[in-house]
Ligand binder design. Structure first.
Ligand code: HEC
Length: 117
Protein backbone atom coordinates (compact mmCIF):
# COMPACT_ATOMS: atom_id res chain seq x y z
CA UNK A 1 0.00 0.00 0.00
CA UNK A 2 2.73 2.40 1.07
CA UNK A 3 4.61 1.59 -2.11
CA UNK A 4 1.66 2.34 -4.35
CA UNK A 5 1.18 5.72 -2.68
CA UNK A 6 4.83 6.54 -3.20
CA UNK A 7 4.67 5.57 -6.85
CA UNK A 8 1.59 7.72 -7.37
CA UNK A 9 3.31 10.66 -5.71
CA UNK A 10 6.39 10.21 -7.85
CA UNK A 11 4.41 10.25 -11.08
CA UNK A 12 2.51 13.39 -10.04
CA UNK A 13 5.84 15.04 -9.30
CA UNK A 14 7.27 14.04 -12.67
CA UNK A 15 4.30 15.52 -14.52
CA UNK A 16 4.49 18.77 -12.53
CA UNK A 17 8.20 19.04 -13.25
CA UNK A 18 7.96 18.53 -17.00
CA UNK A 19 5.10 21.03 -17.27
CA UNK A 20 7.04 23.71 -15.43
CA UNK A 21 10.17 23.10 -17.53
CA UNK A 22 8.31 23.53 -20.81
CA UNK A 23 6.47 26.61 -19.52
CA UNK A 24 9.84 28.06 -18.51
CA UNK A 25 11.16 27.35 -21.96
CA UNK A 26 8.21 29.13 -23.59
CA UNK A 27 8.99 32.20 -21.48
CA UNK A 28 12.64 32.01 -22.50
CA UNK A 29 11.68 31.76 -26.19
CA UNK A 30 9.45 34.82 -25.81
CA UNK A 31 12.22 36.75 -24.12
CA UNK A 32 14.67 35.76 -26.85
CA UNK A 33 12.25 36.78 -29.58
CA UNK A 34 11.91 40.19 -27.96
CA UNK A 35 15.69 40.62 -27.76
CA UNK A 36 15.97 39.56 -31.41
CA UNK A 37 13.41 42.13 -32.54
CA UNK A 38 14.26 45.08 -30.30
CA UNK A 39 16.63 47.67 -31.73
CA UNK A 40 18.06 48.77 -28.41
CA UNK A 41 18.82 45.22 -27.21
CA UNK A 42 19.82 42.53 -29.74
CA UNK A 43 18.76 44.26 -32.93
CA UNK A 44 19.24 41.00 -34.82
CA UNK A 45 16.47 42.02 -37.21
CA UNK A 46 18.71 44.83 -38.49
CA UNK A 47 20.55 42.13 -40.48
CA UNK A 48 18.41 38.98 -40.51
CA UNK A 49 15.07 37.92 -41.89
CA UNK A 50 13.75 34.70 -40.33
CA UNK A 51 12.24 31.77 -42.17
CA UNK A 52 8.59 31.26 -41.26
CA UNK A 53 8.33 34.28 -38.93
CA UNK A 54 6.98 37.71 -39.58
CA UNK A 55 9.81 40.15 -38.89
CA UNK A 56 9.11 43.85 -39.12
CA UNK A 57 11.24 45.30 -41.93
CA UNK A 58 14.36 43.12 -41.56
CA UNK A 59 17.73 44.12 -43.00
CA UNK A 60 19.70 41.79 -45.28
CA UNK A 61 23.35 42.26 -44.37
CA UNK A 62 23.21 38.80 -42.79
CA UNK A 63 21.65 35.64 -44.26
CA UNK A 64 17.98 34.81 -43.79
CA UNK A 65 17.99 32.54 -40.76
CA UNK A 66 16.65 29.05 -41.40
CA UNK A 67 17.16 25.47 -40.27
CA UNK A 68 18.54 26.61 -36.91
CA UNK A 69 16.41 24.10 -34.98
CA UNK A 70 18.90 21.50 -36.23
CA UNK A 71 21.94 23.34 -34.81
CA UNK A 72 23.29 22.23 -31.42
CA UNK A 73 22.54 24.82 -28.73
CA UNK A 74 26.22 25.29 -28.04
CA UNK A 75 26.95 26.18 -31.68
CA UNK A 76 24.19 28.81 -31.62
CA UNK A 77 25.46 30.17 -28.32
CA UNK A 78 29.01 30.41 -29.69
CA UNK A 79 27.79 32.13 -32.88
CA UNK A 80 25.98 34.84 -30.92
CA UNK A 81 28.75 35.12 -28.33
CA UNK A 82 31.50 35.61 -30.91
CA UNK A 83 31.00 34.94 -34.65
CA UNK A 84 34.69 35.57 -35.33
CA UNK A 85 35.54 32.32 -33.55
CA UNK A 86 34.14 30.37 -36.51
CA UNK A 87 34.28 33.07 -39.19
CA UNK A 88 37.18 35.56 -38.88
CA UNK A 89 35.67 37.88 -41.52
CA UNK A 90 32.13 37.86 -40.14
CA UNK A 91 30.19 41.13 -40.39
CA UNK A 92 28.18 40.11 -37.33
CA UNK A 93 29.05 41.83 -34.03
CA UNK A 94 30.25 39.62 -31.11
CA UNK A 95 27.27 40.17 -28.81
CA UNK A 96 28.66 38.19 -25.87
CA UNK A 97 32.30 39.09 -26.16
CA UNK A 98 31.59 42.81 -26.40
CA UNK A 99 29.13 42.67 -23.49
CA UNK A 100 25.99 43.76 -25.35
CA UNK A 101 24.12 40.62 -24.26
CA UNK A 102 24.75 38.78 -21.00
CA UNK A 103 24.79 35.00 -20.56
CA UNK A 104 21.08 34.80 -19.73
CA UNK A 105 20.10 36.98 -22.70
CA UNK A 106 22.16 34.86 -25.10
CA UNK A 107 20.49 31.71 -23.73
CA UNK A 108 17.09 33.32 -24.34
CA UNK A 109 18.08 34.24 -27.91
CA UNK A 110 19.31 30.67 -28.44
CA UNK A 111 15.97 29.27 -27.19
CA UNK A 112 14.26 31.46 -29.81
CA UNK A 113 16.73 30.51 -32.57
CA UNK A 114 15.99 26.82 -31.82
CA UNK A 115 12.36 27.45 -32.92
CA UNK A 116 13.50 28.50 -36.44
CA UNK A 117 13.06 25.77 -39.04
C1 HEC B 1 25.45 43.87 -38.46
C2 HEC B 1 24.68 42.77 -38.99
C3 HEC B 1 24.32 41.61 -38.08
C4 HEC B 1 23.66 41.67 -36.88
C5 HEC B 1 23.18 42.89 -36.09
C6 HEC B 1 23.45 40.28 -36.49
N1 HEC B 1 23.98 39.43 -37.41
FE1 HEC B 1 23.90 37.40 -37.39
N2 HEC B 1 25.02 37.32 -39.07
C7 HEC B 1 25.45 38.41 -39.79
C8 HEC B 1 26.25 37.95 -40.93
C9 HEC B 1 26.92 38.83 -41.96
C10 HEC B 1 26.26 36.54 -40.86
C11 HEC B 1 26.97 35.56 -41.84
C12 HEC B 1 28.45 35.43 -41.47
C13 HEC B 1 28.67 34.56 -40.30
O1 HEC B 1 28.11 33.44 -40.26
O2 HEC B 1 29.40 34.96 -39.39
C14 HEC B 1 25.47 36.18 -39.68
C15 HEC B 1 25.23 34.88 -39.28
C16 HEC B 1 24.40 34.51 -38.24
C17 HEC B 1 24.05 33.16 -37.91
C18 HEC B 1 24.49 31.92 -38.66
C19 HEC B 1 23.50 31.67 -39.78
C20 HEC B 1 23.87 30.55 -40.68
O3 HEC B 1 22.94 30.01 -41.33
O4 HEC B 1 25.05 30.21 -40.80
C21 HEC B 1 23.22 33.21 -36.82
C22 HEC B 1 22.59 32.05 -36.09
C23 HEC B 1 23.06 34.61 -36.48
N3 HEC B 1 23.78 35.37 -37.37
C24 HEC B 1 22.30 35.07 -35.43
C25 HEC B 1 22.22 36.41 -35.05
C26 HEC B 1 21.56 36.88 -33.86
C27 HEC B 1 20.82 35.99 -32.87
C28 HEC B 1 21.72 38.23 -33.81
C29 HEC B 1 21.30 39.19 -32.72
C30 HEC B 1 21.74 38.89 -31.37
C31 HEC B 1 22.46 38.61 -35.00
N4 HEC B 1 22.75 37.48 -35.73
C32 HEC B 1 22.80 39.91 -35.33
C33 HEC B 1 25.18 39.72 -39.53
C34 HEC B 1 24.52 40.20 -38.40
Amino acid sequence: MQRIKLLAMASVLTVALSVSVSAGNADLVKEGEKIFNTKKIGNCLACHAVNGKKINNPGNLGPKLQGLSAWPEQALYDKVYDPYATNPISAMPPFGKNGVLDDHQIKAVVAYLKTIN
